[in-house]
Design a binder for this molecule. Structure first.
Ligand SMILES: Cc1cc2nc3c(=O)[nH]c(=O)nc-3n(C[C@H](O)[C@H](O)[C@H](O)COP(=O)(O)OP(=O)(O)OC[C@H]3O[C@@H](n4cnc5c(N)ncnc54)[C@H](O)[C@@H]3O)c2cc1C
Length: 472
C-alpha cells in the first residue's frame, strides 16, 4: 500500500504561539552533521571559535551513514580510464594514481578511519576511492568533534530562524520541545539549504528546463558475499562489463524472465572494507524532491520495493551472492540533489570541465559531472581534463540577502550540472571546512562573513592543512 499522498490544495490553519529554551550562545553554529557539517565544525573550532553542531539524527555522517553512501569518491586528479569491474573488485588501475586535491579534515577523517579498520586507503588498488564502514564512520566523526572541542546536540531538527537577513538564532524541534541556539555566525550544512531558505536567501532547484532533480536511491549492504566466486565470474566474462557497470548477461536473463524491472538499467556495486560485504547502489526513484515529505515517503516505499527485486536478483543470478542477505538499508533514502542556494557566485559546468582557477579559491574538486537521469535510465558522465582540478571560490558559500550565514556541502551555489560534481563527500567536506573557517574568523573579529577577505580564509585553511594548490 503506497503512503499518504498529497491531496490537491490542502486547507491551512494558524498555530498557537510558543516559547523556547535558549540552549546555547556560541561563536559559530553548524546545522547538519554530514560531511560538510563535520568539516565546518572542525574547521571553525581549529580556527579558535566556540562551536555548536546540531544534527537531526542520533548520529553523524549524513548521507555516508544515514543513507549508507559508499565509497568516499576520489579526491585525486584522474590520470586515465577506469578498468572493468574495478568498483567491486578494487583492481589496480592501468595508469598512475593522480594527485590529491583535497586534504585538511578529509585527510584526517580517512587516516582515522583506516587506523580503525573502517576504510581502505586511497591507492592505485582502489582508484583512489575510499570504501568505508558506516558504523566506524559514526564513531570516528564523534571522536573528531570531541578532539576539536565541538559541542553538539543530536535528535534536533532545525525548523526555523529568528530574524530575517540576519539570523539571531535557530529554532530546533525535538523531544524537549522548541529550543533556540544563538550564534554570531551560522553554517548551513543541511544539504538542503533549510536555514538559508528560512532566512530569506534565494535558491534554485533542478535543471534549468524543467526543475527536475537527480533521482534518489535507497542503498543497502549485502552480507555473506563470496568474493572468490564473483571474481571467477568477472574473469570469465570480461565482455559483460563497461567501466564500473556489468553483469549485463545476467541482467538481461532476469529481465526476460520478468524478475527484474528497474528504472536504472545497470547494477552498481561497491566493495567495502569487509571482504564478505558489498554495498549496492542500484535503486532509482525519479521525479521526487527531498524537501517534500510526501515525496520522501513515496521514495522510501518505491526504494524498498526495488531493493527487494535487486536483492532477489543477486541471490538467484549472480555468482558469489547465493548465500548473501540484506544486512542493512539506509535509515533514509539517499538524496542526491535538492536546493542550491544562490550566492555571490554560481559555479558552472564550464568552471568544472575547464578546471577553472579563482583568486578566492577555498576548496578544490576533481570529481566529474555525473548526472543520474532525473526521468529514468542513463547517466551523463563528463570528466575533467586528465591531471586537473577545479577551484571553488569563497563567493559560492556566501548566500545573497543573509549577512551572518555561510552554506556548505551540496547546497552551495552552482548550476544543476556543476552541483553534480561538487556534491560528492570529499568536496562537501572541503567546502564545509572553508565555511567553518570563514564563520570563525567573522565571528571572532566582529565582521559579517562576506567582509572577511578571502586571503584571511585561505591563510587559515593553509594553517589547517587544506590543499589550495599552494595559494595559502
Ligand atoms: C545515492 C547516492 C550515491 C552517492 N554516491 C556517492 C559516492 O559514491 N561518493 C561520494 O563521495 N558521494 C556520493 N554521493 C553524494 C554524497 O553522499 C552527498 O552529496 C554528501 O553526503 C553531501 O554532504 P552534505 O554534508 O552536504 O549533506 P548530507 O550528507 O545530506 O548531510 C546533511 C546533514 O544534515 C542533517 N540535516 C538536514 N536537515 C537538517 C535540519 N533541518 N536540522 C538538523 N539537521 C539537518 C542531515 O540529517 C544530515 O546529517 C551520493 C549520494 C547519494 C544520495
Amino acid at each position: 500500500m503506497p503512503p499518504l499522498s498529497r491531496a490537491g490544495t490542502m486547507p491551512t490553519l494558524t498555530l498557537p504561539g510558543r516559547s523556547a529554551v535558549i540552549a546555547a550562545e556560541s561563536d559559530v553554529l553548524v546545522i547538519g552533521g554530514g560531511p560538510a557539517g563535520l568539516g565546518a565544525a572542525v574547521g571553525a573550532a581549529q580556527a579558535g571559535a566556540e562551536v555548536v553542531l546540531v544534527e537531526r539524527y542520533g548520529f553523524l555522517g549524513g548521507n555516508a551513514t544515514a543513507a549508507l553512501v559508499n565509497p568516499i569518491s576520489s579526491s585525486h586528479t584522474q590520470t586515465g580510464p577506469t578498468v572493468p569491474g574495478r568498483a567491486i573488485r578494487l583492481m589496480p588501475q592501468d595508469h598512475g594514481p593522480g594527485e590529491p586535491a583535497i586534504a585538511g579534515v578529509l585527510s584526517n577523517l580517512v587516516e582515522r578511519l583506516v587506523a580503525a579498520g573502517g576504510a581502505i586507503s586511497p591507492s592505485e588498488r582502489t582508484g583512489n576511492v575510499v570504501p568505508i564502514d558506516p558504523e566506524l564512520f559514526k564513531l570516528v566523526a564523534l571522536d573528531m568533534l570531541d578532539d576539536a572541542g565541538v559541542k553538539y546536540l543530536l535528535h534536533s531538527f532545525a525548523s526555523g530562524v529568528l530574524g530575517h537577513d540576519h539570523i539571531e538564532g535557530v529554532i530546533l524541534e525535538g523531544k524537549s520541545g522548541p529550543i533556540v541556539v544563538r550564534a554570531e555566525a551560522i553554517v548551513d550544512a543541511t544539504g538542503d539549504g533549510d536555514i538559508a531558505v528560512r532566512a530569506g536567501a534565494p535558491f534554485e532547484v533542478g535543471r534549468e528546463e524543467d526543475g527536475l532533480v537527480q533521482p534518489m536511491s535507497l542503498l543497502f549492504r549485502m552480507m555473506q558475499f563470496d568474493a572468490a566466486a564473483f571474481d571467477s565470474y568477472v574473469e570469465a566474462h570480461p565482455d559483460q562489463w563497461r567501466g564500473d557497470y556489468g553483469l549485463w548477461d545476467l541482467v538481461h536473463q532476469a529481465e526476460e524472465a520478468g524478475e527484474l524491472d528497474l528504472p536504472r538499467e545497470d547494477i552498481l556495486m561497491f566493495a567495502t572494507p569487509h571482504e564478505t560485504e558489498v554495498s549496492i547502489n542500484s535503486t532509482r526513484v525519479t521525479r521526487v524532491l527531498g524537501t517534500d515529505v510526501w515525496d520522501l515517503s513515496e521514495a522510501e516505499w518505491r526504494g524498498h520495493q526495488q531493493m527487494r527485486q535487486v536483492a532477489a536478483f543477486l541471490k538467484k543470478y549472480v555468482p558469489g551472492f547465493a548465500n548473501s542477505y540484506v544486512g542493512q538499508s539506509g535509515a533514509s533514502v539517499g538524496i542526491r540533489e535538492t536546493r542550491r542556494i544562490v550566492s555571490e557566485y554560481q559555479l558552472t559546468a564550464d568552471d568544472v570541465l575547464e578546471a577553472r582557477k579563482f583568486p578566492d579559491v577555498i576548496a578544490r574538486g576533481t570529481y566529474p559531472i555525473d548526472i543520474h537521469n532525473p526521468t529514468g535510465a542513463g547517466t551523463v558522465l563528463k570528466r575533467l581534463p586528465l591531471g586537473e582540478a577545479y577551484d571553488i571560490p569563497l563567493r559560492c558559500l556566501l548566500p545573497k540577502r543573509v549577512d551572518n550565514l555561510l552554506v556548505a556541502g551540496r547546497c552551495i551555489s552552482g548550476t544543476h550540472e556543476a552541483h553534480s560534481s561538487y556534491r560528492v563527500m570529499p568536496i562537501c567536506m572541503a567546502t564545509g571546512q572553508a565555511a567553518g573557517a570563514c564563520a570563525a574568523i567573522a565571528s571572532l573579529t566582529g565582521r559579517p562573513p562576506r567582509e572577511v577577505p578571502a586571503e584571511e580564509v585561505q591563510r587559515e585553511l593553509g594553517r589547517q592543512g587544506a590543499d589550495l594548490r599552494g595559494v595559502a
